[in-house]
Design a protein around this ligand. Structure first.
Ligand SMILES: NC(=O)c1ccc[n+]([C@@H]2O[C@H](COP(=O)([O-])OP(=O)(O)OC[C@H]3O[C@@H](n4cnc5c(N)ncnc54)[C@H](O)[C@@H]3O)[C@@H](O)[C@H]2O)c1
Ligand SMILES: [Zn+2]
Length: 630
């Protein structure tokens, strides 16, 4: 017999599902997930738990999915995730928090777009999909295939949309995450969908793939925007990736709610299969977050190293996930402006993992008047509004420069020079930029408070010690935007192992590196260009950036890229190593690839098919070996 609580939970879950999937969520995901876990503990087989998504009203046009669109199994626990991964090789991508969508292409044309709906029947949204710029309307000439991915809204577009909807007299969206389901469900003004974005994460077609990551490569080759991915050898390998996702979650320009982790070997997918609710070879690792309501006492504006003003709410001390919280990030100017945030407002805040708590939405407004700064709190120069950012454009803004130096000190591992010490050095006029650190003489340190001979020697030595740096460390220390150490190591491993080679990189070359997407490649290169004068000055004061020896970048294969497919005489990693040692790089199939290497002349592998259609030269292993001899 059903207890009253079970019935109540069923009702609550169905109610919140409907709100959520129509773009009107009222409670946080964590609260919602708690309802589901409670029901699971009381009645594990309850049919409500098996429901994927939400059934739309009978009136909407429904289209059937040829293969069911399922949900994902989830865990919030790192140990459970590591256990699930075990010794398998897995691929990880950020889990975008939007709405999933299926696209059907026939002979190169987009013919149908559908929402996930209840997993079996979705809603036809083809007309709306046509407006979404990232959804290709035509792709290379290929038979029938299906692409699955996520429709989402980047932060900047959320504000544009919000304003446009208000100007049109429509109800403004309540949050960046509700807007997607809201727009996809609209009957009128479907042109608003042009502000939405799309990333593809799965392809279903007749091509034979053997690895999950090959599907992402193939999608990228077809012109879709795909998530950056990383391959991990085991469950132990994910620490840095999780940290990266958490950073993105608090500062990235679109919403993610965790990582999606997939076994890379597609044979395993076939073996494990699916439940009626989720596949057994894919899991969502979500970052738990407790939410609370807190009152803003004051809004403080900091200046970041690229000159963007960062708003922080100083709140009445509030306990959240076991810690007392006094500061909450308000993300950016756009957020503050859109919600007209001010002292006295009560806001909902969330803390996910170790990430600094952040603003989610307004709960109650105070009567005060909304204002925002017009001049830089550090250098007083007039601020410029750029999209959703307030910028200090003064290149010699003290706050900006200080943040740059501080980042360098931290990343280059200079010990004994704290934030406070740096302030002193700046105030005494002995440091005005990163290169000045290396110009300091022993006696300069004696100008600092309580610094005697011994400490001065230590500080001097600590700084001088960092004159020799590895390439990956240097790139991160000078603050190139968008590259974690892991990412720069990946670039270096492809033979771009000196500062010169990294500076000569082009977007085309970067796109050949496994896991790099166009957008991030462009912004990394733009940032590198901007850093050129700083790099030159650092070299002139004696900084030496060590070339990475493991990948030579020199040899008979210099400047050539190779992709391997099918069975070869030695294990693939061994041949890849040979290629790299001889100056070549390993890349995915694209029109820029120099050679595809295979021994199988009638291969049906996706790499082979694609290389043929792009007219990439195909060579056999023995030809590669001849090239190695020079
Ligand atoms: N707040 C609420 O009121 C409320 C109500 C209902 C559901 N929810 C939330 O929704 C979740 C359940 O919804 P769900 O079934 O849509 O699950 P989900 O959103 O947690 O995970 C599945 C979805 O992840 C997305 N996704 C993003 N990247 C992906 C990738 N690389 N591969 C595969 N999928 C990817 C897809 O859209 C997929 O459908 C719950 O965790 C719950 O927190 C919240
Ligand atoms: Zn300034």
């Amino acid at each position: 017999m059903k207890t009253a609580r079970i019935q109540e939970l069923e009702k609550l879950i169905l109610h919140h599902k409907e709100l959520y999937y129509t773009g009107h969520a009222e409670i946080s995901d964590e609260k919602y997930d708690k309802l589901e876990s409670e029901l699971k503990s009381l009645d594990p087989e309850n049919p409500v738990l098996q429901l994927v998504g939400f059934k739309q009203a009978e009136s909407t046009a429904k289209v059937e999915h040829q293969r069911k669109m399922l949900s994902l199994d989830k865990t919030y626990d790192e140990t459970d995730l590591a256990k699930w991964i075990g010794k398998h090789e897995v691929v990880s991508v950020f889990k975008i928090d939007g709405s999933s969508c299926s696209l059907i292409y026939e002979n190169g044309h987009l013919v149908t777009a559908k929402t996930r709906g209840d997993g079996q029947f979705g809603e036809n949204i083809t007309k709306k999909a046509v407006f979404i710029p990232d959804i290709p309307k035509h792709v290379g000439n290929k038979g029938r295939f299906e692409v699955r991915g996520e429709v989402y809204c980047i932060e900047k577009n959320f504000f544009t949309l919000s304003k446009e909807m208000q100007d049109m007299g429509l109800e403004a969206p309540t949050s960046q995450r509700n807007i997607v389901a809201g727009l996809l469900g609209r009957k009128e003004n479907i042109q608003l969908c042009r502000h939405l974005s799309f990333q593809a994460f799965d392809i279903i077609d007749d091509e034979v793939f053997s690895k999950e990551h090959q599907k992402l490569d193939s999608l990228k080759g077809l012109g879709f925007i795909t998530p950056d991915y990383e391959i991990h050898k085991s469950g132990k390998d994910l620490k840095e990736r999780i940290a990266e996702a958490k950073t993105f979650m608090s500062s990235g320009d679109y919403l993610i709610d965790g990582l999606v982790v997939v076994y890379d070997d597609l044979k395993l997918h076939a073996e494990l299969g699916e439940t009626s609710h989720h596949p057994r070879y894919k899991i969502a690792f979500k970052f738990a977050g407790e939410t609370k309501v807190a009152k803003i006492n004051e809004i403080e504006w900091g200046v970041s190293r690229n000159g963007t003003l960062t708003p922080v709410a100083l709140i009445e001390p509030t306990e959240l996930s076991g810690a007392m919280i006094g500061r909450v990030t308000l993300h950016n100017f756009g957020m503050v402006q859109n919600f007209q945030l001010k002292a006295g407002d009560k806001i909902e805040i969330i803390r996910s993992g170790e990430v600094i708590p952040k603003f989610l939405g307004v709960v109650e407004r105070s009567n005060g008047e909304y204002t925002h700064p017009t001049n830089c709190p550090s250098c007083a120069s007039k601020l410029v509004i750029q999209d959703i950012w307030l910028q200090c454009e003064n290149d010699i803004c003290p706050a900006k420069i200080k943040e740059e130096i501080l980042n360098y000190i931290f990343k280059a591992n200079i010990e004994d020079v704290s934030d406070k010490r740096l302030d002193e050095m700046i105030n005494k006029g002995i440091v005005a930029g990163i290169p000045d650190l290396y110009r300091l003489k022993h006696d300069d340190f004696l100008l600092l408070d309580k610094v005697k001979d011994k400490l001065a020697t230590k500080m001097f030595d600590n700084i001088q010690k960092t004159k020799h740096q590895s390439l990956a460390q240097f790139i991160s220390a000078i603050g190139v935007e968008g590259v974690s150490i892991a990412k720069s190591e990946k670039i270096i491993a492809q033979g771009y192992n000196t500062l010169e080679k990294i500076q000569d990189l082009t977007v085309d070359k970067m796109l050949q590196i496994e896991g790099f997407a166009e957008k991030s490649s462009e912004s990394i290169l733009a940032s590198l260009r901007k850093k050129r004068p700083l790099i030159d000055e650092l070299l002139s004061v004696g900084v030496v950036v060590k070339a990475d020896e493991t990948s030579s970048g020199e040899g008979p294969l210099k400047g050539l890229s190779f992709c391997l497919t099918g069975a070869l005489s030695q294990p693939r990693p061994q041949i890849e190593k040979l290629i790299k040692q001889n100056g070549g790089i390993i890349a995915g199939v694209s029109k820029n690839l120099s050679y595809l290497v295979t021994n199988d002349e009638d291969s049906t592998s996706s790499k082979y098919v694609k290389a043929t259609s792009l007219k990439v030269p195909i060579i056999k292993e023995d030809q590669l070996m001849k090239m190695l001899e020079g």
